[in-house]
Design a protein around this ligand. Structure first.
Ligand SMILES: *Cc1c(COP(=O)(O)O)cnc(C)c1O
Length: 462
């Protein structure tokens, strides 16, 4: 006999739609809060290091780069990851990645010097970028750095430097090409379709001091369609085969640049990052399967197995760092919207111009959610962290955790109107270290000097 599950009768009632839970506007932010970062209470961090505060997770950073390498190495070998300094060149970030075996990818004399000062040998530095003055090229040639040639003037300058130092220098040619899936970046390197790249390869082969051994291209950033990489690798290999057939070069490495998207919401996409950002495996499949297919006969022909070089920046660091910012004032706008003034703005969060960052409170919020604007502290109309977010009311002193912020903020931030705050790193033992201390007036004044006739020259009568 089956037992019938009967519900007991209940008097009908009307339950008001509960504000603050999932509704037709999505989930308001207050239901999802973070009070700890890698085991450390946000409240303690703010008390100790002040607000606003950048917090880096060493564990997440290591996990990300390990996962990147695992994903690629399980499909193709050998693989090298070179850390894109401009994405985040805080020494603690670079040192963590170098410890994980990543090389340095730099785009200026300053970044080259920074990598060297951290102890990266020249031979583990890839030098990209359109501006490489003679002095730095001399240092690179002497130290055996891998120079990625951007233009013909640079090619000729490098040739004369190598001749002067009488050193045969291995170089990489930076290519730009059309993938059909990305906006074409034609300003860096030599164009493939126009024949400029072939011309450059011939010029290098005619030099007795330059030896072309690598091909590079970086097709863009935040690339959401993995097929772009498939076309890129196909075109690079086609080019490689044509220059090898004509004995202009023997290629040892293929550098496909960076550009993998991070879990961040690009403004105007209207879909959450989880739905539009391809998983790393998809990028890896597109790149590695093409590489395997197109280079299968290479070793049989006595040619070196290609080293695959990745320069992934944002996908490695972005979600390993958050910015904690506190509410300094609340203000009702004339159109009825709620708004808050925060102590961090676009001076610290440059990427707020194109991302809708995730914003989470550090405690569960009560009350009804409403459309809210989050302003920064600058006396500038453009200083907006979130133009429109559904959120429950906050109080002065409340803090918000903004994420992911690891990519391009600690390099593109500016000392503008406000001081830059502390950056801390939480290690795998939940220990916190200041990795860049907050600025003071003394720091900033140190760069300046007053001409003698202005020094102590004015007095105001009281
Ligand atoms: C900026 C840059 C990268 C890193 O790009 P992401 O989009 O952050 O992965 C890699 N290579 C070169 C040459 C770059 O300029």
């Amino acid at each position: 006999m089956t037992k019938k599950l009967l519900k007991t009768w209940q008097k009908p009632s009307i339950t008001p739609h509960q504000l603050g839970t999932l509704n037709k506007f999505g989930r308001p932010i207050g239901t999802d809060y973070v009070d700890k970062i890698d085991g450390v209470a946000v409240e303690d961090l703010l008390r100790e290091y002040g607000s606003p505060l950048f917090v880096i997770s060493e564990k997440r950073l290591r996990d990300n780069v390990r996962q990147l390498k695992r994903t690629f190495e399980s499909r193709y070998q050998p693989v090298i990851h070179a850390w894109s300094y401009k994405t985040n060149y805080l020494n603690a970030v670079c040192a963590t990645l170098h410890q994980e075996g990543s090389w340095a990818e730099v785009v200026s004399a300053f970044e080259y010097e920074k990598a060297r000062s951290l102890g990266v040998p020249g031979s583990r530095i890839l030098f990209n970028g359109p501006h490489k003055p003679r002095a730095i090229l001399e240092r690179c040639v002497a130290e055996g750095a891998q120079i990625h040639i951007d233009n013909l003037d640079e090619l000729h300058l490098l040739n004369s430097v190598a001749r002067e130092l009488d050193k045969v220098t291995a170089v990489t040619l930076r290519l730009n090409l059309e993938t059909g899936y990305t906006e074409e970046w034609s300003r860096f390197g030599f164009n493939l379709e126009s024949g400029a790249a072939l011309d450059a390869a011939i010029q290098i082969s005619n030099s007795s001091h330059l030896k072309l051994s690598g091909l590079h291209s970086h097709i863009g950033t935040f690339i959401l369609d993995a097929r772009a990489y498939q076309v890129q690798v196909e075109k690079m290999i086609e080019f490689m085969e044509s220059i090898e057939q004509q004995n202009y070069a023997v290629i040892e490495s293929l550098d496909i640049g960076g550009g993998f998207a991070s879990q961040n919401a690009v403004q105007g996409l209207y879909l959450p990052a989880e739905q539009v950002v391809p998983p790393m495996t998809q990028y890896a499949d597109a790149i590695c399967s093409t590489l395997l297919k197109k280079t299968a006969n290479r070793e049989a022909q006595g040619k070196p197995r290609l080293t695959l070089i990745l320069e992934s920046g944002r996908a490695v660091i972005d979600d390993a760092e958050v910015l904690v910012s506190s509410v300094v004032a609340s203000k009702r706008l004339p159109d009825g919207r709620a708004s808050y003034v925060m102590d961090a703005g676009v001076n610290l969060l440059f990427t707020a111009f194109w991302y809708d960052h995730r914003v989470r409170p550090t405690r569960p919020l009560q009350g009804g959610a409403e459309e809210t604007v989050l302003y920064g502290p600058l006396c500038m109309n453009i200083d907006i962290i979130r133009q429109s977010i559904s959120m429950q009311p906050l109080s002065v002193g409340d803090s918000l955790v903004i994420s992911p912020v690891g990519a391009y903020n600690n390099t593109q931030w500016m000392q503008f109107i406000e001081y830059r705050p502390n950056v801390v790193m939480v290690d795998e033992k939940e220990q916190v270290s200041v990795v860049r201390r907050n600025e003071t007036l003394t720091d900033i004044n140190e760069f300046e000097s007053l001409p003698a006739h202005l020094n102590g020259s004015f007095k105001f009568s009281e």
